[in-house]
Design a protein around this ligand. Structure first.
Ligand code: A3P
Length: 288
């Protein structure tokens, strides 16, 4: 299958056909959001799987069985993917749901609801690098080509879920007020315990000290790498070619982009990024 055939275009946004269909996108559009639903929203490669390890255990009051017995993609399904109708409609509350959808493409019932959202942002240069390796190993995604070619596609919004800047601007400017909590991947790396406590308070689900400790331990990079329910080892090699890259690849460190970007790449990236973000006043650690 060549690159063009791997994607469909949904409202201007490229999405891999292997896990999205007209039916699943219609399902997402018409989805009846419940007030106690919990959404984790990310641009791809920003820490989705990490949040699928943390949030279900917060919602279960510290019980680890969700992460020990259910694969991450069923434990906290993607709203827009083909498996969602099977998984979400009949699920008892509170439902943990992940999505990569841009803000303006959320279901219409979402804005009127009281459902809470945790929006995770990651340094876009590290997102780009993580995505580059992911495109190398995920056979349902287009081939990455050279790093330069891939960077140009990323900057132009031609990769799945469109432009990073648009995604971040849309969600970071949402008017969800106390319904949304913003966190960065880098803050989670720096102080995972603090992040877990913040999430549990935000979700109105206070945890014992022991439960927090358990979550921090189990959602550490090495623990997740060893958890078959979270490390994608259950996915066959024809779908994820693990000889090319592991899904949980570098993690645990920020700034891997420095090992991939030439000085020219950095200059090019920065000039597009600055232009795209010039009218915003977001304060990100990577901009300092
Ligand atoms: P790298 O490719 O840089 O290693 P997503 O789940 O949104 O696709 O994001 C995947 C990225 O999150 C990968 O980044 C992966 O290693 C990283 N990740 C997953 N779990 C993590 C953890 N517990 N700690 C740090 N990074 C984690």
């Amino acid at each position: 299958m060549d690159n063009e055939e791997k994607n469909l275009i949904y409202k201007g946004i490229p999405l891999p056909k292997a896990v999205h269909s007209a039916e699943s996108l219609k399902f997402a559009e018409d989805f009846q959001v419940r007030d106690d639903d919990v959404f984790v929203v990310t641009y791809p490669k920003s820490g989705t799987t990490w949040m699928q390890e943390i949030v279900p255990v917060i919602l279960s009051g510290g019980d680890l069985s969700p992460i020990q017995t259910i694969p991450n993609w069923d434990r906290m399904p993607w709203l827009e993917e083909t498996r969602a109708p099977l998984l979400l409609d009949a699920r008892p509350s509170p439902r943990g749901i992940v999505t990569h959808l841009p803000y303006q493409l959320m279901p219409s019932s979402f804005s009127q609801s009281k459902a809470k959202v945790i929006y995770v942002t990651r340094n876009p240069k590290d997102v780009l690098v993580s995505s580059f390796h992911f495109h190398g190993m995920a056979t349902f995604l287009e081939e990455p080509g050279t790093f330069e070619e891939f960077m140009e596609k990323f900057l132009a919004g031609k990769l799945f879920f469109g432009k990073w800047c648009d995604h971040v601007k849309g969600w970071r400017s949402s008017e969800l007020k106390e319904r949304i909590l913003y966190v960065t991947y880098e803050e989670m790396l720096e102080d995972l315990r603090g992040a877990v406590v913040k999430f549990s308070r935000f979700l109105g689900r206070p945890l014992s000290e022991e439960a927090v400790d358990r979550i921090v331990e189990k959602s550490g990079f090495e623990s997740m790498k060893n958890n078959a329910m979270s490390n994608y080892s259950l996915v066959p090699g024809e779908v994820f070619n693990k000889e090319k890259s592991q899904f949980l690849r570098k993690g645990g460190v920020s700034g891997d982009w420095r090992n991939h970007f030439s000085a020219a790449n950095e200059e090019r990236f920065n000039s597009v990024y600055r232009e795209e973000m010039k009218d915003t006043d977001f304060k990100f650690s990577w901009d300092e």
